[in-house]
Design a protein around this ligand. Structure first.
Ligand SMILES: Cc1ncc(C[n+]2csc(CCOP(=O)(O)OP(=O)(O)O)c2C)c(N)n1
Ligand SMILES: [Mg+2]
Length: 573
């Protein structure tokens, strides 16, 4: 005889789940107790359930396996929500086990009662409450299978009295469905796409994370077509390495060479990407889109030929049907522009030699040479992090710095909240990553605003001896919003951060720390800090005036800055 809680925990452990992240609570006691007694599955107690969901999502993204988190009745479950949305939008398979009031009280507006099935209806592929032992094992099977098949989030809600209900021995053990095999697009689709591509003279590729398992095929496609390849932020890991066709990224984080490569083409081939920004797609091209999900076709740009299938097997069939392009003018032009841009960016990361080298982008700064450029911080991380480091990056300006200056032309991994765009993701994602691989270098690139949001879970790194390195891009502001306000012609408002002394906070929390506030010391202090044992908070005081300018700055943007500055001047006392 086993209980519902034991059956769930045993089945998850057999499935390969190694950690369950959450905050304990009465309704979940039977589950946490079953975890306590199980040898192969560990409980990780966090300080805020949102951190649990981010950590579980990070583990799922790194391994492709199910991540699991828990939140108890009402507020405990509500706290999971933001991290679960991130998992949903990152296509990470995550199971959230949520507590509920005793089954007899359901529907009575009982203390802490919320209707989880409704609360999670938008975020979850599957959200059901388990109220009887007769629902086992199929409800658990359905929850796990739904999370893995999508991939996405499943919610299993368990009232306080249900976890300890007994299940008779003749009930079958839960079994989960295997993952679906990779399948190619249909022959008709491949034939039509091949004709359209061959008819073009200049082909450009936009490649995303959906092509990660098709690295060899995508490189061969670029070679055959002599096509420049724009790689999305999420496609960087895996596709940047040994890729003589890539021209960096498009969009706000990107560079003019990528925008030019897309504009110059007459045929655009999208592979495994749902890059969301319409305004960064070129107009009037013949567009071919390859994606496993039919619902992605045409939702960003009008598509002429859809290929519904997995990238690797589809490209295996498409490649032999394409003619070899001999003329490399289109590719050469894009690569030359990209190399020129890379060189110009390099200058932004060099330590100042004499006064005036650091360009004042805006505002009055007394001694800009004494301030650290965030670009230089990212470059220092690139130079000194190990070749297989896992980077996690907060939403904010950090995303721009890491995407532009940290290279992923090796075994590095990159996690962020790239589709939800939530702040505060980097540190808890780093906890999740480090827990999986205690010996691997894990670096959280946090905004000062982002870190403060889930600050309590810094202590989780200490409690579980997770040697994460938290690099705080400390610009004393919600910098990204400051930029947005200025671009829109608004005076800066509400973006200043009254930060605590992060080194003192780290000390109080039991973390080692270091302050880097001199650009000339960056390349000595950063490697020293990264090599320290245990968790370290690296407080880097960056130039608050440094902004990440998009590759195409419109006249409107320039006016925005000018108007914003004059308004600030007029409003100043
Ligand atoms: C949870 C959440 N709240 C608010 C926002 C809106 N937002 C986007 S970036 C940003 C500022 C981030 O500041 P910080 O973490 O200090 O990074 P910085 O841009 O200064 O590098 C804000 C408020 C968000 N994306 N997520
Ligand atoms: Mg900031």
């Amino acid at each position: 005889m086993s209980t519902i809680a034991e059956m769930i925990v045993n089945a998850l452990a057999r499935h390969g789940v190694t950690h369950v992240w959450g905050v304990v609570g009465d309704a979940l006691n039977p589950i946490t107790d079953a975890i306590r007694r199980h040898e192969d599955i560990d409980w990780v107690g966090v300080r805020h359930e949102e951190a649990a969901a981010f950590a579980a999502g990070a583990q799922a993204q790194l391994t492709g396996r199910l991540g699991v988190c828990m939140g108890t009745v009402g507020p405990g479950s509500i706290h999971l929500l933001n991290g679960l949305y991130d998992a949903k939008k990152s296509h990470a398979p995550v199971l959230a086990i949520c507590g509920q009031v005793p089954s007899a009280e359901i529907g009575s507006d009982f203390f802490q009662e919320v209707n989880n099935d409704v609360l999670f209806s938008d975020v979850a592929e599957f959200a059901r409450s388990l109220t009887s032992a007769n629902q086992m094992p199929h409800v658990l099977e359905h929850a796990v299978n739904a999370a893995i098949a999508k991939p996405g989030v499943s919610i299993l809600t368990i009232p306080g009295d249900v976890g300890s209900l007994e299940i008779s021995d003749d009930v079958a053990l839960p079994r989960f469905a295997p993952t679906a095999a990779a399948t190619p697009a249909s022959d008709t689709q491949i034939h039509a796409a091949a004709s359209a591509i061959d008819a073009g003279e200049k082909v450009s590729l936009l490649v995303g994370m959906g092509a990660r398992d098709a690295r060899a095929q995508v490189l061969e496609l670029a070679r055959k077509l002599q096509a420049p390849m724009v790689v999305t932020l999420k496609g960087k890991e895996g596709l940047e390495r040994g890729n003589p066709y890539q021209v960096g990224q498009s969009g706000l984080l990107g560079n003019p060479a990528a925008a030019g490569a897309l504009d110059d083409a007459d045929v655009l081939v999208l592979v495994g990407t749902d890059f969301p920004y319409r305004e960064w797609y070129p107009q009037g091209k013949t567009v071919v889109q390859l994606d496993t999900r039919a619902e992605h076709i045409g939702r960003r740009v009008h598509v002429d030929h859809a290929l519904i299938g997995h990238a690797a097997p589809t490209l295996d069939l498409l490649l032999p049907r394409l003619n070899d392009v001999e003329d490399s003018t289109h590719l050469d032009k894009a690569r030359k522009a990209y190399e020129k841009w890379c060189k110009s960016q390099q200058r932004l990361t060099e330590p100042p030699k004499k006064a005036g080298v650091v360009r004042k982008l805006r505002g009055a700064v007394d001694n800009p040479d004494d301030l650290i450029r965030p670009e230089a911080v990212a470059k220092a991380l690139d130079a000194h992090a190990s070749a297989d480091a896992i980077f996690t990056v907060d939403t904010g300006m950090c995303t721009a710095w890491v995407s532009r200056f940290v290279s992923f032309d090796n075994e590095r991994r990159l996690l962020g909240s790239f589709n939800l765009g939530s702040m505060a993701n980097a540190m808890p994602q780093a906890l999740g990553a480090q827990m999986l691989e205690p010996g691997r270098e894990v670096i959280a690139c946090s905004g000062d605003g982002g870190l403060m949001m889930l600050l309590g879970d810094l202590r989780t790194a200490v409690s579980y001896q997770l040697p994460i390195k938290v690099v705080v891009f400390n610009n004393g502001s919600l910098g990204m919003v400051k930029l947005e306000q200025n671009q829109g012609g608004l005076p800066t408002f509400g973006t200043d951060l009254d930060n605590p002394d992060f080194a003192a906070v780290a000390a109080a929390m039991g973390l080692d720390s270091i302050v880097i506030d001199d650009p000339r010391g960056l390349h000595d202090q950063m490697p020293e800090a990264l090599r320290r044992p245990g968790p370290v908070l690296i407080d880097v005081r960056t130039n608050p005036e440094e902004v990440s300018l998009p590759p195409k700055v419109s006249a409107g943007d320039v006016w925005g800055f000018a108007i914003a500055k004059s308004k600030e001047f007029i409003n100043s006392p």
